[in-house]
Design a protein. Structure first.
Length: 327
């Protein structure tokens, strides 16, 4: 049994395990086995989202692993889901949350996030498109969406709420109007995108940071041959050799030591176990700084679209697109 590891106490007092299983890109037919494997290996944190299209299968795994008469209690497992871009209208927030609860076969979520600050056209088509292939947008103010998110806490449907892919300015805009403070900001983060300034910004405001794609999302469909591969970084490999660990374990340990929650995705049982076995060694201060110095401000996860024969950020023209700001 792998060591469960450490937890962070969120601003509302809820404890959140520092390492969780990510389920983005986990295919139907594989994600159930991955979640079961993770829970049996000591994980107590599962990260989900409606748009991943696999919450019903995740729900089957959760039902199999915990509940009455089962070895794991519901209260011991931290489950996150996310509000998709087509559901930003305040009237759509609670029904969307209830749909995730239904699919996951849960009575409450531990954490519910606004997946992106920019919205798509309302409806049940996840990516509504114009004839030219561009996305049809919605311009609901995310502060109005947040007020509807707060009602989920008041109604007992979720224990904590937060944000995903928001920049520092947008985080501050939410905090300024919030009666329920955002507990988490989930963003892409790895040694090539350390998010140091954003981490400092959030820490000062009592908002914890979760790193998605912490290993550089090597299985992403749009991977380009010229892109740097963080798992092949020589400095990371050298540290892995020193500690008898994998490059992935060194990267996850780096995040944990700087207080960042981590949700690596895998459907391979051996890697699922490996990714949580990072509490039996520690990097030195110099090694932490060495990894931090690898930052290239390199984003792997930027939705792209072809225009005039070139690939450009798909949503950069939306007024709420987060990556136009410095951090």
């Amino acid at each position: 049994m792998a060591k469960v590891g450490e937890a962070i106490t969120l601003c509302n007092g809820v404890k959140m395990p520092m390492i969780g299983l990510g389920t983005w890109k986990s295919e139907p037919g594989k994600v159930k086995a991955a979640v079961v494997s993770a829970l049996n290996s000591g994980y107590r944190h599962i990260d989900c989202a409606a748009v991943y299209g696999n919450e019903a299968e995740v729900g089957e795994a959760l039902t199999e692993c915990f509940g009455a008469g089962k070895p794991i209690a519901r209260e011991d497992v931290f489950v996150t889901s996310k509000l998709w871009n087509t559901k930003h209208h305040p009237e759509d927030v609670e029904p969307s949350c209830r749909k995730s609860l239904q699919d996951l076969k849960l009575d409450f979520l531990d954490l519910y996030l606004i997946h992106w600050p920019h919205g798509f056209e309302r409806g049940d088509i996840p990516f509504p498109k114009n004839e030219d292939g561009t996305v049809r947008y919605d311009y609901t103010d995310y502060r109005e969406t947040w007020r509807a998110m707060e009602r989920l806490v008041e109604g007992g449907l979720v224990r904590a709420i937060g944000l995903s892919n928001f920049n520092s300015r947008q985080v501050d805009e939410i905090i300024a109007i919030a009666t329920v403070k955002p507990a988490i900001l989930q963003v892409e983060s790895h040694p090539y995108l350390s998010q140091k300034a954003l981490l400092t910004h959030c820490t000062a405001r009592g908002v914890a940071l979760t790193a998605y794609s912490p290993l550089g999302s090597p299985d992403r469909a749009w991977r380009q041959s010229h892109e740097p591969v963080v798992l092949e970084e020589p400095a990371i490999r050298s540290l892995a050799d020193k500690y008898g660990k994998s490059p992935a374990q060194v990267i996850i340990r780096w995040q944990v030591q700087r207080g960042v929650l981590v949700i690596p995705k895998s459907v391979t049982p051996s890697r699922i176990v490996e990714n949580i076995q990072v509490f039996d060694f520690a990097l030195t201060e110099e090694e932490m700084e060495q990894i931090g110095s690898l930052d290239k401000n390199w984003r792997y996860i930027v939705p792209m679209i072809e225009a005039d024969g070139k690939m450009i950020p798909r949503d950069a023209g939306h007024p709420h697109y987060p990556f136009n700001d410095p951090y």
